[in-house]
Design a protein around this ligand. Structure first.
Ligand SMILES: [Zn+2]
Length: 236
């Protein structure tokens, strides 16, 4: 759950929704905060009942990122909540970056190792060349760094910006140590496409269930395919 979505829904409704989903679902559900911006917001999420949090201190100098992430880990672990940390800069697909800039944004292996060791995080999100949003071209994943970071930290690697990464690259990334993949954009695009199509075909519709329902079914198909592609089916 992104910070903006969390604020949009509100902690009270979000936790109630997640609890209802956990009771109904036949698979484990983890309510996870994506890109927690600061210590205080992450603490609010933990107090509200999130199962897992990300603190993203990647825009700060390494020392500061380590110090804050470590404080988050101490508080989160005391509450039984797992923590994801970020290192390097994961940008957006809309950002204009040169080849040199792109290289500079990637996580460094030695820094990732130190970051993991000194913070005690449970999962690491290193910048590996993927980006948030819709890709214009094919994203280039730095597979060598991914493999080295997984081996040197011993942690599951989190791949952000998973929407639009070719299937063979997803499989290769998983084989090299990716344990969590963030996908969102594809679902949003499909949801909106189906709402638009339904309303164009039946412009007189006014019952929101009649156009939101088909869109929800379309998202289910996308997520079903992702679960299979990621090799997560029949695991529980
Ligand atoms: Zn992300």
């Amino acid at each position: 759950m992104s910070v903006s979505s969390t604020k949009y829904i509100g902690f009270d409704y979000l936790i109630a929704l997640a609890n209802a989903a956990k009771l109904r679902a036949r698979v484990p559900i983890i309510l996870h905060l994506d890109h927690g911006p600061d210590f205080d917001f992450v603490m609010k999420a933990i107090r509200a009942g999130f199962d897992s949090v990300m603190y993203d201190g990647s825009e700060h100098p390494l020392e500061e990122n380590i110090a804050t992430t470590r404080r988050v880990v101490e508080a989160a672990h005391a509450a039984g909540v797992s923590v994801e940390g970020e290192i390097g800069r994961i940008g957006g697909t809309e950002d204009e970056v040169s080849v040199d800039e792109r290289e500079a944004m990637l996580a460094r292996v030695d820094e990732a190792e130190r970051f993991a060791r000194e913070t005690g995080i449970d999962a690491i999100a290193p910048a590996l060349g993927t980006a948030h949003g819709m890709y214009k071209g094919r994203p280039e994943i730095a597979f060598d760094r991914l493999e080295a970071i997984h081996k040197r930290t011993g942690l599951p690697v989190v791949l952000h910006g998973g929407s639009g990464v070719p299937e063979e690259d997803i499989r290769r990334a998983i084989a090299l140590g990716v344990g969590k993949i963030n996908v969102n954009t594809e679902s949003q695009v499909e949801f909106s496409r189906v709402v638009r199509k339904t309303l164009e075909e039946k412009p007189d519709l006014y019952d929101s269930r009649k156009y939101l329902g088909p869109a929800r079914e379309a998202i289910k198909e996308i997520i079903r395919a992702k679960i299979r592609l990621f090799g997560s089916h029949n695991r529980f």
